[in-house]
Ligand binder design. Structure first.
Ligand SMILES: Nc1nc2c(ncn2[C@@H]2O[C@H](COP(=O)(O)OP(=O)(O)OP(=O)(O)O)[C@@H](O)[C@H]2O)c(=O)[nH]1
Ligand SMILES: [Mg+2]
Length: 460
């Protein structure tokens, strides 16, 4: 996998993300892809292509539902948390590892829009449940619209689990990474998996689960250590919340939340911070372990922000990555540079090749990868045909000369006439060579440079 850039935090005063602003970003990505796909290796465009397709597909589905995936290592308590959230005990929990082999899902509120989303995600109908009945009263109002997914483990001895998790993580709106005090510093964090996963996403939360197993005095140390690991892995913006799927989090409510920051944008306002920046658990029903996570999720679900912000963040990331390919204005190089080189080459193949290469080098001066290569390739595409084409061009220029033999005869006796006819010959040769240069080298190079410039214009 290519090295991922760190996520660019969203400015607090940035304009709100809307469906049309997301559509506009998709259009930009598509315009860039259209302009350059013939010239750039497809792997360089893969992220942009998949991001824009996924965003389009997601926009077509319910925007009043937010998909939230519980992901992480085996035994961290994903299924236990899923059951605690849903109060349904539908996802089997076990001491055997790994337990969950396929995703489970629960929809809060309107089932229909949620069903289409679950079809898109590929969750089996028999593993889908619905929460929020009349019995709940208003307790579940804050989560209305949430589609919670319990995923298989990511560190599985079963390779199929990892593939399924990766597929789903690519599609969901919010990821809650569930870890526990024994495993929080494990390889999945260290080898950069988490960093790569979180780097491109808007909605990402880390839950330190099973904190009920810790002494109240140990919790701040463990949470602080995990916070440091996250910060060191460029995940300083990711909120961290202490949870327990089965019991209470030790210590006063909210005390175990180590420097959570906003993943979901909150409008800056006067007074104490609310929403995702405050995880006190106040005012939300249930055991404190789940309350704290709920308090992070509710504003994202109720405000319908997570879906669009995730897409917006993804697309910004894709555009940012594309942007690296378009630093610098393409130089305007006169074709005469090439024509003069070809005339000077006098039909010698090596010299013809170096004039073409020189023209390509000048045309790509200052452009980032992969453009110098793309331009060089375009310039050389018809190189093997060029010597013969130039020879014919020379013959055409001379043929005109032969047809006006009287001028040559005059030139032999009158120097002024001779000079003029030499100039005419040179002009005709240049013009014939110019045509060949245009067809064989300049045109193909121009097509690449136009793609580059069109993409650059779309980006700006
Ligand atoms: N004390 C305590 N035990 C927990 C907690 N969460 C889960 N457990 C226990 O940890 C074990 C594993 O829980 P699961 O919910 O199956 O874990 P999982 O992450 O779904 O595991 P996989 O499906 O294998 O990926 C079970 O024995 C749970 O009872 C918690 O918060 N506190
Ligand atoms: Mg499980």
């Amino acid at each position: 996998m290519s090295k991922r850039k760190a996520r660019i935090p969203r400015a607090a005063d940035a304009p709100p993300v809307t469906a049309s602003s997301v559509h506009a970003k998709i259009d930009t990505v598509r315009a860039i892809l259209d302009a350059v796909h013939e010239h750039v290796p497809s792997d360089r465009l893969a992220v942009a292509r998949s991001t824009s397709s996924r965003a389009l597909a997601r926009l077509d589905l319910s925007l009043s539902h937010t998909t939230v995936a519980l992901a992480g290592t085996t035994g961290s308590g994903k299924s236990s948390m899923f059951n605690a959230f849903t109060s349904l005990d539908r996802s089997p929990v076990s001491a055997l590892r790994p337990t969950t082999a396929e995703a489970y899902a629960c929809v809060w509120g309107d089932k229909d829009g949620g069903e289409l989303l679950l079809d898109w995600l590929g969750v089996q109908p028999r593993r889908r449940f619905v929460r929020e009945s009349a019995l709940d009263g208003n307790d579940e109002v804050g989560l209305r619209g949430m589609v919670l997914l319990d995923l298989p483990d990511v560190d599985s001895i079963q390779p199929s689990h990892r593939a399924e998790v990766d597929r789903l993580l690519d599609l969901v709106d919010v990821v809650v990474w569930v870890t526990d005090p024994q495993k929080y510093a494990d390889l999945v964090v260290h080898d950069g998996y988490l960093r790569r996963l979180a780097a491109t996403r808007g909605g990402f939360i880390v839950a330190l689960n099973q904190t009920d197993r810790l002494l109240p005095t140990s919790l701040p140390q463990v949470a602080g250590d995990l916070r440091r690991l996250l910060d060191d892995g460029d995940l300083g913006e990711v909120p961290l919340v202490a949870t327990s799927a089965t019991d209470e989090v030790p210590g006063p409510p909210g005390a175990a939340v180590a420097r959570p920051k906003a993943t979901f944008r909150t409008k800056p306002g006067p007074g104490p911070r609310t929403g995702p920046l405050a995880a006190s658990g106040v005012g939300i029903a249930g055991p404190s372990g789940i309350r704290q996570l709920r308090e992070l999720l509710e504003p994202a679900v109720v405000g319908r922000r997570a879906v669009l912000e995730r897409l917006d963040t993804d697309l910004s990331y894709a555009l940012d990555e594309l942007g690296d390919m378009f630093a610098g204005q393409a130089p305007a190089v006169s074709p005469s540079v090439l024509v003069e080189g070809l005339i000077a080459a006098q039909g010698v193949k090596e010299k013809i090749t170096s004039s073409v290469d020189r023209y390509a080098t000048l045309s790509s001066a200052g452009l980032p990868e992969p453009w110098p290569e793309a331009i060089a390739e375009a310039a050389r595409r018809r190189l093997s045909e060029l010597p013969l084409a130039l020879e014919r061009a020379g013959e055409r220029a001379l043929a005109f000369d032969r047809s006006s033999g009287w001028k040559r005869a005059m030139g032999a006796v009158l120097p002024a006439v001779g000079k003029k006819s030499q100039e005419g010959r040179d002009r005709r040769l240049r013009s014939e060579y110019g045509r060949v240069a245009e067809d064989f080298v300049v045109g193909p190079v121009r097509s690449v440079v136009s793609g580059y410039s069109a993409a650059r214009a779309a980006l700006s």
